[in-house]
Structure formats: structure tokens, C-alpha cells
Design a protein. Structure first.
Lengths: 270, 194
């Protein structure tokens, strides 16, 4: 198993050679990712992994993909999506144009969930959904809109719990083991790579969702990224975090008011 | 178990799955109210259910019980519960962190993950307790606990509601002590009063 010194060496190597800076990632989780990588790629020891990183640039995309966590689902925490549907979208509806940023959205399940909400509220035509992640490989999936069919039962249940009234299977076509989501849902998606560690604000939004991404960062990086969101959010815009993430102790907290039902949704009021 | 220095609090991580709730409630009700240790509970349960565990445990003790939020400080004298559908990690001596990565042994939270992470940080100050359950989670983590000098208590599979999980750990040779449910509660309260 990896020791703390090994982790520092790897972080320095990847930053210097490839420009991906993991130095402010939460250590406990990152150490697990590297240990997992040693197992799945069958490296006998850390030295072999390091040699690969130093000598094979083609290994980088896979490395970045495995060091980061790309687990996500549709309508995760249905109560949060229900609140978006019932309390946030009616406010956004008053805008002539709606810009939404899904930061660190991985393979895009949540972006499709949002597109479904917008379509049902008849708002999709005047919305733009910016879907970004640092992994080029995973965001490719957003463009395809294809997800494993065996997950659709769970997603359908989440959808109904989130206040959905349609037959969820109307939104996709099943083929072999895959569900391909309706083209109309992705018409308003803009997919791009964006690294929250090193890239800047690129637009102004009325709604930013970044769920279960900050948990992989240390406090310093969390505060920096929350500052980036603050810079990118319109006055009275909304910020949505993961169910165990909190704005409470961050420097931007005083400008934000959490919705009264305690969902992890804050409004920029200050 | 090595002697604890005065300034170093003890850490107890309790992992349980099917059939472990009653033992957990017994352990909680016998905890001294002036608790100096940190208690961390990792229990397999349905991910979508609102946590009633926090309430159930709160009825049994005056010690504060709460589900962990990301980067929450680790404070002695508290009972912490791993939130449903997240792995609970120890970022450092003073801070928790959460992780939504792949399930381990079909479980999230995984007992292995928290045992391993706590072992690496708290070493010989860690007491790991593995209770009743129907899957193999916990055994590998107990191995790491042993490797770092921690102490392990495993529930007696003969009297546990579901013996599979503790039996795995015992067969692997990672149990320092094998006790019935009631005895575990008494043993922990004794250790904490020392």
C-alpha cells in the first residue's frame, strides 16, 4: 500500500508534467484512488505506476479518469430535484433566458435530469445547460446521451419521487443494454472540459449545480471553488451542493441564504 | 493495546450490518455520559431512507449523535454516524471526509473503507468492533486495523443474529476478542472508564 510520501511524489509529477494539480484534493480519498489504480491496472508496486506516468503520456487520460471519482446518477436525492422543480424553476421562468452550469458533472446523468425538469416546465427552449468536467473521456458520454439500461428502474423511481408525472421510459429508447435519451434533451447542452482547480469563471449563471465534487477537495480548494461559483452566479441566483456538503463555514456564506426546507440549495441574496 | 497518552483520545469504530441494531443500541445505552473517546458508527442500510438511526441512538444516550457532513471536525465526546450512500473517511486526526466512489463489498458506506482509513490515522488508539451481518464487509479493514496496531472485537457469530460477517473476520484471524452482543457493550464501557 501507498505511503504519504508516494502520494506527494505522484501529485508533483502529474502537476509538473501534465498540468493537473491534485495537491489540494482531500488526501484520504485520493490515496484510495491511487491504491485502487494499482490494483485495477495490476502494477506490482508504486514504482511501476510512477514509471508509467513519467514515460507514457498516453496513460494520462486514464490516470485522470481513475484518480477522480465519476460516480453519479439521475435525480439523485429526489427531494432536491423536487425543490428545484417546485421552488427554483418558477423563479427562473421569469427570466427571458436561463443559463445553468453543471460543474464537475461527470458522465452527465444530472444534466439530463435537469433537462427533463426544464422540458416539463416548458423552459428548455429558452435555457442553456453548460456541462463541464475535467475528464475529456467522461463528458464525451454527455454528447451521446447513452446510459446503462439496468439503472433505469432506479432512475424512474427517483424521477417519480422528484415529482415526475410522466412515464419515465418515454424519455429514452432502449437498445440492447443501453438507454439512449431523446435528442431534444441535449439540444440545449453545451459540453466542455473545465478544471475547477485551474480554470476561471466563463459566464454568468442563474443556477449552478456542483454536487459531490467539493467532498474531494480540501478546505482551501473548496473555498477557492466556491469563490469561483460566487463570481459566476447572478445576484439572486441559486447554488446547489451535494446532500452532505455545506456552505456554512465558507467565506461566501454570508452572502447566501439556504432555502427553508433545508435542502442543499442556497440563494445569493447578499 | 498500547497505553494511550493523556492528550490522545481513543477512537472506536463500530461496523454492523443485518441484525446489528440491537447490539448497537445496547452499546450506546452503556456509554459513559462523560465520554472522552470518539465513536464512529458505520451501518449498512437502505441508502434512500431518511436516517432514523440518529434518532434511535439519541434516545439511548445523552451524548450528541450526528451524521457526518463533509470535512466535519472530529471531536471527542461525540458519536458520529456514516451517512447513507457515502463512504466515511478520516482525512486527518481532526477532520472527517466523505467519498461517493464505487461501492465496496456491495456497500456504501463500507465498513472496510472506514476501518482502513481510521487505522492509518489513529493506529494503536483505534478499537474496531465488527457486529452481525450477512456480507463480507469489514474483514479486510480489520486486517489493516491489526497491521497498524489497533485492537479488534468481533461479535460471536454463534449468538449474532446473522453470523456470516463476524465469522469471516474470525476465520481470517483478525479477532483479538470474540464476545456476545451484551458483553461487547459492557467491554466497551469498561475500556472507556479506564
Amino acid at each position: 500500500m501507498l505511503n504519504e510520501g508516494d502520494l506527494d511524489v505522484l501529485i508533483a509529477e502529474v502537476a509538473e508534467r501534465y498540468g493537473y494539480d491534485f495537491s489540494n484534493y482531500a488526501r484520504a480519498s485520493l490515496r484510495r484512488r491511487v491504491n485502487r489504480l494499482l490494483v485495477i491496472d495490476r502494477f506490482p508496486s508504486f514504482a511501476e505506476l510512477l514509471y508509467k506516468i513519467k514515460n507514457d503520456a498516453s496513460y494520462l487520460p486514464h490516470l485522470v479518469q481513475e484518480l477522480t471519482v465519476n460516480v453519479t446518477e439521475m435525480f439523485r436525492d429526489p427531494a432536491t430535484f423536487k425543490t428545484l422543480r417546485e421552488q427554483v424553476l418558477p423563479i427562473l421562468a421569469t427570466h427571458p433566458f436561463i443559463r445553468i452550469w453543471h460543474a464537475g458533472c461527470s458522465s452527465g446523468e444530472e444534466v439530463y435530469s435537469m433537462a427533463i425538469l426544464l422540458q416539463e416546465a416548458n423552459l428548455l427552449h429558452k435555457s442553456l445547460l453548460y456541462a463541464t468536467d475535467l475528464n475529456p473521456a467522461v463528458i464525451e458520454n454527455i454528447r451521446k446521451g447513452i446510459f446503462p439500461l439496468n439503472l433505469m428502474k432506479d432512475y424512474s423511481e427517483n424521477y417519480i419521487e422528484a415529482g415526475g408525472r410522466n412515464d419515465f421510459s418515454n424519455y429514452y429508447t432502449a437498445k440492447y443494454n443501453w438507454a439512449k435519451f431523446d435528442e431534444s434533451l441535449k439540444a440545449k447542452m453545451i459540453v466542455a472540459t473545465h478544471n475547477l482547480v485551474s480554470d476561471r469563471s466563463f459566464n454568468e449563471f442563474q443556477l449552478i449545480l456542483c454536487r459531490n465534487v467539493l467532498i474531494y477537495f480540501d478546505k482551501v480548494l473548496q473555498d477557492k471553488v466556491l469563490g469561483l461559483f460566487d463570481d459566476s452566479l447572478d445576484q439572486l441566483g441559486f447554488l446547489v451542493l451535494g446532500s452532505k456538503e455545506n456552505l456554512r463555514f465558507s467565506p461566501i456564506a454570508k452572502k447566501y441564504t439556504q432555502l427553508t426546507n433545508r435542502e442543499k440549495i442556497w440563494r445569493k441574496t447578499g | 493495546m498500547a497505553q494511550n497518552r493523556i492528550d490522545n483520545f481513543k477512537v472506536i469504530v463500530i461496523g454492523g450490518s443485518a441484525g446489528s441494531l440491537d447490539v448497537l443500541l445496547d452499546i450506546t445505552s452503556l456509554l459513559p455520559s462523560m465520554l472522552k473517546a470518539v465513536i464512529i458508527i458505520v451501518l449498512h442500510r437502505r441508502s434512500d431512507s431518511e436516517s432514523i438511526l440518529e434518532k434511535l441512538l439519541s434516545y439511548k444516550t445523552q451524548i450528541s449523535v450526528s451524521e457526518v457532513e463533509d470535512k466535519e471536525p472530529i471531536r471527542p465526546g461525540h458519536i458520529y454516524i456514516a451517512p447513507g450512500d457515502y463512504h466515511l473517511l478520516i482525512e486527518n486526526e481532526n477532520t472527517f471526509s466523505l467519498d461517493y466512489s464505487e461501492k465496496v463489498s456491495y456497500s456504501r458506506p463500507s465498513i472496510d473503507v472506514t476501518f482502513e482509513s481510521a487505522a492509518q490515522t489513529f493506529k494503536e488508539r483505534l478499537l474496531a468492533v465488527l457486529l452481525s451481518g450477512a456480507n463480507a464487509d469489514g474483514t479486510e479493514g480489520l486486517g489493516v486495523v491489526k497491521e497498524y496496531g489497533g485492537y479488534s472485537i468481533v461479535q460471536n457469530p454463534e449468538t449474532a443474529e446473522v453470523g456470516f460477517m463476524p465469522r469471516q473476520a474470525i476465520n481470517a484471524g483478525f479477532a483479538d476478542s470474540i464476545l456476545d452482543g451484551k458483553e461487547i457493550a459492557v467491554k466497551i464501557s469498561e475500556l472507556l472508564r479506564q
